[in-house]
Unconditional design. Structure first.
Length: 381
């Protein structure tokens, strides 16, 4: 694969050759396969995000309880995977370019594009992540020159920064029953929401981006191969979840209030260290698992990985469609769905997304919004 296509695929907007395709007259090499795994992981993040948002926007109840528990496991995990993938992709782009200045310009141009469409989208979808993405990208462009240790320190500072600065003001502006945020369009409210207490505030969510950049450097160096790091990430995620549940139960047994339970839980709101560890480990396991699957299981690629990669390459377009069509269609009719109906609609939507993305990629190298994002990254010539 040539350098341009590698850099674009790293952020999910370029064409990625599969194992049976050719680039520049040569067989697609290991780095190309790694990008296929990245796109497949992005598709899984899309599926998780759609489920979470459909449930929040459309479900009129949380029954049956077992299904609500199952869908609750995805809360905050899909978005975290998206941000880890963003950091991973930015670092892969820099590796492919070999020119940090050029990479920074591309990333910052894309950040401006995401900032504009994100804030334009916000009145339609208050839980929008695109305007946060713009600032994640800007941070990623700045962090490209950091050493690996600096990335880890930066992630730790982001997590600690939220505990010190964000937690004291976390409830400011929120009506958590309706998930409405008062004063979002004032300067103070916008900045507080962006940095400290929004759905995906820079403190501590930028830790996921820096972690993704660190992972990309390790993978590019030939580390984190095989099933051992994947099993370790799964083990960390499970251990943190169990420890958190035990701590919440112990706090309840002592008669502590719900505020302490919130601080000890792995829920994404507020995003405490327990959550960052659990969601970060889950994202790591999914990302490395997809990369490993592509590296090892070539026979699976045509049936499973190829459609997933095509879907991941249209992630931005599907993000817009899941709000405008997937949620908007029911808001127009005023229909309230049961949780079971929401899950059925989610399965249908994801199936249609895979079919549509696969069909689209047969006629075009990139999705509609992905094409605009790619042009924004190149600048106007």
């Amino acid at each position: 694969m040539n350098t341009k296509n590698e850099s674009e695929a790293a952020n999910g907007v370029g064409r990625v050759p599969m194992d049976d395709e050719r680039a520049n007259g040569r067989p697609a090499h290991a780095r190309s396969e790694r990008l296929v795994g990245l796109d497949a992981a992005r598709a899984l993040a899309v599926f998780g995000m759609v489920l979470v948002n459909f449930e929040v926007a459309l479900a009129a109840d949380a029954e049956p309880a077992w299904l609500a528990t199952a869908t609750g496991l995805v809360q905050g995990r899909a978005s975290a995977l998206f941000v880890v993938l963003a950091g991973f992709g930015i670092q892969l782009m820099a590796n492919a370019h070999g020119d940090l200045g050029r990479t920074r310009r591309v990333v910052l141009r894309r950040a401006v594009f995401l900032l504009v469409i994100g804030y334009a989208f916000l009145p339609l979808w208050p839980a929008d992540i695109l305007h946060y993405y713009a600032f994640y990208f800007a941070l990623g462009a700045w962090a490209l020159r950091w050493r690996a240790r600096g990335l880890l320190i930066g992630a730790g500072v982001a997590a600690l920064g939220f505990c010190v600065l964000g937690l004291p003001v976390y409830e400011r502006g929120w009506d958590f029953e309706s998930l409405e945020y008062a004063g979002l369009w004032t300067l103070e409210g916008a900045l507080t929401n962006l940095f400290l207490n929004g759905f995906h505030p820079l403190l501590p969510w930028s830790a996921f981006l820096l972690w993704g950049m660190w992972l990309a450097r390790r993978v590019a160096a030939g580390a984190l191969r095989g099933w051992r790091p994947i099993a370790l990430a799964v083990g960390v995620a499970v251990a943190v979840e169990l420890a958190s549940r035990a701590a919440v139960a112990a706090a309840g047994a002592t008669g502590a209030g719900p505020e302490l339970a919130d601080l000890l839980s792995t829920a994404s709101m507020p995003p405490m260290p327990w959550y960052l560890l659990a969601a970060g480990a889950t994202a790591t396991a999914v990302l490395l698992g997809c990369v490993h699957l592509v590296d090892r299981a070539h026979a699976v690629q045509r049936v499973v990985v190829r459609p997933l990669a095509h879907t991941g390459q249209l992630a931005l377009t599907l993000y817009a469609l899941h709000v405008l069509v997937g949620i908007g269609a029911f808001h127009e009719t005023g229909a309230d769905l049961t949780l079971v109906e929401v899950v059925v609609w989610w399965v249908v939507f994801c199936f249609m997304a895979v079919l549509g993305a696969t069909a689209w990629r047969r006629r075009s190298s990139t999705g509609p919004l992905e094409w605009i994002l790619r042009r924004a990254g190149r600048g106007v010539h």
